[in-house]
Design a protein around this ligand. Structure first.
Ligand code: 3HC
Ligand code: NAI
Length: 698
């Protein structure tokens, strides 16, 4: 008898329950258990109808991702689904939690589906670089029509129970899961309702069979943002098979597409990213069972670029915020921007029409730091100078309630030093959000010397609550992300002095898959900030300085490394910049040479990986995968390349170390010398992944 799937009989109804925590994934044991129980229910003459349901927090959340890439174990999921679909007795899926991937495919093979109103149903395989591999691309279009099927399969986002009901994916929304499913079966039996096998029902495909543009338009809309990715296109093709081919042939072609993707580098990278994100929730060195402190209200200091975005993130998740500014003027401006942002999203249909008002009502804008008293977490997002931060934290010590977690959103500054300006350094840490803070998912949680474990757990927990991806890092200049980025910045600037142009460097970086190159990014952030800071520190950067002296501050002045047409953010190469660079090089007596795209890529990426190795050696990041999480969710690193450390393993650490040593010599730049850890791993023929596995085993 199966350990993880049970069959019970309630009079004439057989109840098959999957119980395989945490998410009832379809491991070989679960597949085998379902098959065994369905067969037993069919064979039992006392059973007239069957409910397939799950114990615990969710319906089946998909195939067991850890089994991918390993030798297949029987039974195959498609065989289990055939058994369900061929059952002469009605099989009803009773769904709660998230019916995802293979989970929804199981439900689609059932003759009917019911769900509780909180349930979500989806085929998120594309997010793992895959396509649904057990009939999802063939049965879902037959259940809801090709348009919605394309949206769900190519986009990968789930839909709620109400939308599922409206579109025929489920039959009913039920109150109680067990009783609802059972009652539905009894009703079917009483009505003698014929079984509905989606396999045999082409009615919802008729319109797209007659007019294929219904399908191709939906695909075009859903693949607009899929640059560089293989899976969304393969998934769309598979939905096309449902329209063009008989079911069995479509199923066979779907399977071929799935097997190809499972073996692809892209899917391996995306599956790695899935587990990397979850691994990052596990904080090294925190005693097991450490509980987060309750957070019922958050105070945010500063309603500027970051404070406003952070406040929006909390309000989006329903957490009340006290937003604090130094004056009415600044407060009004900050509140106005939030309102406008939400209204624009509502106008696009991204959130309900009444959401902006509801979310604004969660934000209490006030003047004066003395208003932090009722907050359980305070996030400081004021100006980036140590003196200001220290003054603010000194005041927080005075006004914040005992036990409140005190966080700084500083980009670079030393949290240990900030903590010293309070008498409660155990409550102080960094919560470093990324701009635009209401959009970017990363939150670097900076653990300072004296940060208490429960303060750290509180920050990680609340970050997840507001749909951010937390990564715990240590104190250093720029933490993980900005510290690595600085190495790239240094090389991109040097490349201009050697003969490369901004557009050439940026093109290499965007071709690799990053959303923006370093120079377009500088133009977006504004060149004047760095210029002023260099002046204060008596440092020169000849080309950047010359641009600023010419009034080219980036997008805000319509000119920077690029030129911009009125009202456009598209960077256009500017012959004036080329001239300015040439003149600067001439003045400095520098010789131009042809810089290859290959060199640009190596000098953009390898120094970052080198810095990543130093970050690991110093214990600033606990695992290579945490560094990858930072880059995936804070800087738009292409998910199909897994993150810089994962990518480095695929390139080969020896190659990277050799090339760094070469460039260090060639460009007379000691900062490019390979880090000791990188050298060691390269010499031993190891990878960052093997390092992670060794330290996990230790
Ligand atoms: N396989 C293996 N492990 C899984 C898993 C899966 N499908 N889904 C979740 N897990 C694990 C996680 O790694 C985590 O393990 P850990 O505690 O050791 O870190 C644990 O289950 C809990 O997961 P979360 O922390 O993500 O829990 P949440 O409650 O936040 O989210 C969830 C639950 C929404 C189900 C989320 O885990 C999720 O999105 N899972 C993946 C769903 C998915 O992609 N399904 C499709 C798989 S591919 C497929 O089905 C192919 C088919 O077409 C043949
Ligand atoms: P900003 O200049 O847009 O906003 C700062 C706001 O803080 C201003 O509105 C100012 O009036 C207010 N302020 C100053 N002192 C205050 C005080 N004592 N109490 C309450 N409010 C006060 O600056 P921005 O860009 O939002 O940066 C804030 C912090 O976030 C900085 O530490 C910065 O390094 C960090 N950061 C910035 C990012 C960015 O891309 N802009 C990204 C990540 C972090």
């Amino acid at each position: 008898m199966s350990e993880v799937v049970k069959l019970e009989r309630h009079d004439e109804v057989g109840i098959v329950t999957v119980n395989s925590p945490p998410v009832n994934a379809l491991s070989a044991a679960v597949r085998g258990g379902i098959l065994e129980c369905i067969k037993a229910a069919i064979a039992d003459p006392a059973i007239k109808g069957i409910v397939l349901t799950c114990a615990g927090r969710t319906f089946i959340a998909g195939a067991d991702i850890t089994e991918f890439g390993k030798p297949p174990k029987p039974p195959a999921l498609n065989d289990v689904l055939s058994e369900i679909e061929n059952s002469p007795k009605p099989v009803v899926a009773a769904i709660h939690g998230t019916a995802l991937g293979g989970g929804l495919e199981v439900a689609l093979a059932c003759h009917f589906r019911v769900a509780v109103k909180e349930a979500k149903l989806g085929l998120p395989e594309v997010k793992l670089g895959l396509l649904p591999g057990a009939g999802g691309t063939q049965r879902l279009p037959r259940a809801v029509g090709p348009e919605l099927a394309v949206k769900m399969i190519v986009g990968g986002d789930p839909i709620g129970a109400a939308e599922a009901l409206k579109n025929g994916l489920i039959e009913e929304i039920v109150e109680g899961l067990a009783s609802g499913g059972e009652a539905f079966v009894r009703k079917l039996l009483a009505e003698k309702r014929p079984l509905r096998r989606l396999r045999d029902d082409d009615s919802k495909l008729a319109a797209a069979k007659a007019d294929r543009s219904i399908f191709t338009n939906a695909v075009a809309a859903m693949t607009k943002k899929s640059r560089g990715l293989e899976a969304p296109f393969a998934a769309a093709d598979a939905v096309g098979y449902a329209i063009d081919l008989p079911f069995d042939e479509g199923l066979k072609k779907e399977r071929e597409g799935f097997l190809k993707l499972v073996a692809s580098d892209q899917s391996k990278a995306q599956r790695y990213a899935f587990f990397a994100e979850r691994e990052a929730n596990k904080i090294a060195g925190v005693p097991e069972g450490t509980k987060p402190r309750p957070v019922n209200r958050v105070a945010i200091l500063g309603a500027g670029t970051m404070g406003g975005g952070i406040a929006m993130s909390f309000a989006n998740a329903g957490v009340p915020v006290t937003l604090i500014e130094t004056g009415e003027e600044q407060l009004k401006r900050g509140m106005g921007i939030m309102q406008k942002n939400w209204e624009a999203t509502a106008a696009r249909g991204g959130i309900p029409a009444d959401a902006p008002a509801k979310r604004m009502a969660l934000i209490n804008g006030v003047v004066g730091i003395e208003n932090v008293g009722d907050a359980d977490l305070v996030i400081e997002a004021v100006f980036e100078t140590m003196a200001v931060k220290k003054e603010v934290f000194g005041k927080l010590d005075q006004y914040a309630k005992p036990g409140a977690v005190l966080a700084s959103n500083t980009s670079y500054l030393n949290i240990d030093e900030i903590a010293k300006s309070t008498k409660r350094p155990q409550d102080v840490l960094g919560m470093h959000f990324f701009s635009p803070a209401n959009v970017m998912k990363l939150c670097e949680i900076v653990r300072a010397d004296k940060t208490a474990p429960d303060a750290l757990v509180t920050a990680v927990t609340i970050a997840r609550k507001i749909a951010k991806v937390p990564a715990v890092v240590g104190v250093c200049d720029g933490f993980v992300g900005n510290r690595m980025l600085a190495q790239r910045g240094k090389q991109s600037e040097k490349l201009l002095f050697e003969g490369a142009l901004p557009q050439q460097v940026d093109a290499v970086v965007t071709k690799f898959g990053m959303p923006m190159g370093p120079f377009a990014m500088s133009d977006l952030a504004g060149l004047d900030i760095g210029w002023r800071s260099r002046k204060d520190r008596g440092i020169k950067s000849e080309i950047a300085d010359a641009l600023c002296e010419a009034g080219r501050f980036g997008q805000k002045t319509g000119k920077g490394y690029y030129k911009y047409e009125q009202g456009s953010r598209a960077p256009l190469p500017d012959p004036d910049v080329e001239k300015l660079i040439d003149e600067t090089l001439l003045r400095l007596g520098r010789k131009k040479r042809v810089v290859s795209d290959e060199e640009i890529l190596e000098r953009m990426m390898y120094p970052m990986i080198n810095e990543g190795a130093k970050i690991l050696e110093e214990g600033i990041a606990a695992r290579p995968s945490d560094i990858d999480v930072v880059w995936l969710y804070g800087y738009g690193w292409p998910i199909y390349r897994g993150g810089p450390m994962f990518w480095a393993d695929s390139v080969g650490l020896k190659h990277i170390a050799d090339r760094l040593a070469f460039y260090a010599k060639e460009t007379n730049d000691p900062s490019l010398e390979p880090a000791p850890l990188l050298k060691k791993l390269a010499a031993e023929g190891k990878t960052f992944a093997s390092l992670a596995a060794e330290s996990k085993a230790a």
